[in-house]
Design a protein around this ligand. Sequence first.
Ligand SMILES: *[C@@H]1O[C@H](CO)[C@@H](O)[C@H](O)[C@H]1NC(C)=O
Ligand SMILES: *[C@@H]1O[C@H](CO)[C@@H](O)[C@H](O)[C@H]1NC(C)=O
Ligand SMILES: *[C@@H]1O[C@H](CO)[C@@H](O)[C@H](O)[C@H]1NC(C)=O
Ligand SMILES: *[C@@H]1O[C@H](CO)[C@@H](O)[C@H](O)[C@H]1NC(C)=O
Ligand SMILES: *[C@@H]1O[C@H](CO)[C@@H](O)[C@H](O)[C@H]1NC(C)=O
Ligand SMILES: *[C@@H]1O[C@H](CO)[C@@H](O)[C@H](O)[C@H]1NC(C)=O
Ligand SMILES: *[C@@H]1O[C@H](CO)[C@@H](O)[C@H](O)[C@H]1NC(C)=O
Length: 705
Amino acid sequence: MSLCLRFLLSAPFLLSAVNAWTSTPFNPPSIPLAVRTPYVSAWLPQGSGTALNGAWPQFWDGATLGWAGFVNVDGVSYNFLGTPDVPGATFSLATQQSFEFTSTQSIFVLSAGPIDITVNFLSPVEATDLVKQSTPFAYMAISAESTDGNAHTVQIYSDISAEWVSGDDSLTVNWTTTTGDIFTHQVQLEDQTLFGEVDDHTQYGSAFYSSPNTVSATYQTGQDIVVRAQFIEHGVLANTEDTNFRAVSDDWPVFAISHDLGSVTTATEPVIYTVGHIRDPAFRIRTQDRSLYFWSEYSSPAELVSYHVCYTPIPFTNLNPQISAFIGDYSAALTRADALDAQIESDANLINSEYAGLVAISLRQALGASEITISKDSTGGWNTSDILMFLKEISSDGNVNTVDVIMPAWPAFLYTNPVFGKYLLEGLFRYQATGLYPNKWSVHDLGASYPLALGHNDGLDEAMPVEECGNMLIMSLSYAQKTGDFSQITQYTALLDQWTQYLINDSLIPNDQISTDDFAGALANQTNLAIKGIVGIKAMSVIWGILGNTAQESNYSSIAASYVPQFEGFATSTTGPHLTLDYGDENSWGLSYNLFGDKLLGLNLFPQSVYDEQTAWYPTVDAAFGVPLDTRQPYSLICTHSTLDWQIWTSTLMTNNATRDMFINAVYKFASNGTSNAPFGDWYDTVAGLDEGFRARPVVGGHRT
Ligand SMILES: *[C@@H]1O[C@H](CO)[C@@H](O)[C@H](O)[C@H]1NC(C)=O
Ligand SMILES: *[C@@H]1O[C@H](CO)[C@@H](O)[C@H](O)[C@H]1NC(C)=O
Ligand SMILES: *[C@@H]1O[C@H](CO)[C@@H](O)[C@H](O)[C@H]1NC(C)=O
Ligand SMILES: *[C@@H]1O[C@H](CO)[C@@H](O)[C@H](O)[C@H]1NC(C)=O
Ligand SMILES: *[C@@H]1O[C@H](CO)[C@@H](O)[C@H](O)[C@H]1NC(C)=O
Ligand SMILES: *[C@@H]1O[C@H](CO)[C@@H](O)[C@H](O)[C@H]1NC(C)=O
Ligand SMILES: *[C@@H]1O[C@H](CO)[C@@H](O)[C@H](O)[C@H]1NC(C)=O
């Protein structure tokens, strides 16, 4: 129905007319500024377009994160970051000229009178270096250049507020500033709550704002309007500390560093700021406390342990080496980031440029929901062969390592470094291998509330039996196939086989149960769940084959093969050549995205005719912003909702490029329409193009297929 619209919008997407600046490749709902972990997650909300100085940066949930910037040019002050109000001080707004994003960088150019500044927010994705990937810091790099050929004096200023350390602005914080080669402000709650969260912000550990003590650096801490006015009026800070520790919102203490670039003509070397948040121990899995991987490079557990007794923050002296290393690594990190960005862009452009844009806006969000950890070994050192990765079900409920959230994000991990997949699954396997989880099917998640992975010994996790059994089998085989590392399928064969038994019982005729699309409610005989279960059985056949058990291999293979024609009999609509949503519900249909497993694993279990029929069907039910998820719509009388990860998965199953591109274009239209200002929401209305409230979830990793 939307062919004409699609045709119009598939013309090159030009900058939105309302914005005075160019947005390349498009204007996304929200721009990642510093997105490394569930707690280091700063974004610039966009809607139809918001300049870097048009809104405060926000935590992923929309709460303000104070992060301000000014540049003084020949004594005239311009605000370039955040929207600070500084009563009595005179300054202008720098004018945004352009915005560009890649997979790891968000780059703004703003004019401040005769000077242009380039502000590059780099959130590294260091897929092959676990120390770097687990270091929870991001960069802001600023360079200045004269645009009129003349030299101008330039000073740069930036601060953060204590909103980076709590979800409750009424709590008291304290802070220290360390000088030396690097200026670092360390800020933390005075009363720390180990493993605590308030409104998804962590409630322990410390935030760090740092910049090298080069290019005439000065620092200051104190009330926001006082510190900012000092810079605006004098172009230099007072090198003083406010030690009147108080609540986050009590005369808003800020932590500032400025640089005097002197006389500027050609583009300067960038001034580097780094922002991040560190807590330790970072996780508890059942009875074991774990630390972020990067500590193994810098400190022994003994050096940290004294801070764990009654929880106290780790002082900067223990963090100096990693902050120095992170700052010192900037130019190498930028080179690596540029190479990764170029590789991703070139790979994604093999599909098309809209797809490349979607992938680029998704990568930081997909990886920024997870953290890599190690334990201590029996001798008191770090055990770097004991690696577990934890992923937060951001926005929906905060569960730890939700199996059906890892699954949609799986393509991003498989692409960047498949071993992340192993580290994400390992905790789930270990827990269930203890036998403490009472159900025969796979657990839904490792713990109800990040960062506590306490398991579900009562078996009362959100049950998604066929969904999670299928997901565990598909991901385990996918990892083994991609890497040739069979250790996990060898060690946990019994669990994998147990889940297969469950699927043999319950996937051809699935019981009344929910799928990952839990908002749609429970339903018996879900066609798409049956597909996942049958693919799971076949996956176990392949696993048995890898492990050399040919009897089990051929038994499970013939069970899966015998289910397929039966399934087709139950699931094919008699009123049109397409799969139904559930058996016997002739007019129903849905996105049969679980066929993705059949393709990912190279099983070719379902016949080509199923793919051809689905490919022919979807264009007939395409709405303005894509194909709805399915015909169950308690939320509305018409079919309007869809999720974008499942549309991208479905796009990979289409047997012609036009229908594949129809799905990609639909998601692109939603992402670039300017109706949302939330970090890329994956649940939206396909008629109006409005997001439905999910934000910043890692499932956008599904865009990497
Ligand atoms: C800040 O509070 C923490 C926790 O109460 C305490 O350990 C630390 O010494 C305090 N720091 C300063 C600078 O007062
Ligand atoms: C479909 O797209 C793929 C990848 O983008 C391309 O290699 C292939 O040639 C296209 N097929 C047709 C028939 O255009
Ligand atoms: C390190 O962890 C692995 C995996 O849990 C374990 O098998 C090994 O015994 C540990 N090593 C030491 C020295 O504690
Ligand atoms: C399979 O179903 C049978 C019969 O209902 C039941 O006895 C058995 O426990 C089930 N097995 C699993 C693994 O669910
Ligand atoms: C599920 O489908 C099977 C096969 O068509 C049918 O026998 C059974 O009654 C259905 N169950 C429900 C609850 O609709
Ligand atoms: C094949 O597997 C099923 C399910 O575990 C089992 O009931 C059956 O006995 C097996 N058949 C053979 C020949 O091993
Ligand atoms: C948003 O979508 C509507 C409806 O398709 C369209 O008219 C409008 O031009 C789109 N806006 C942008 C900025 O793409």
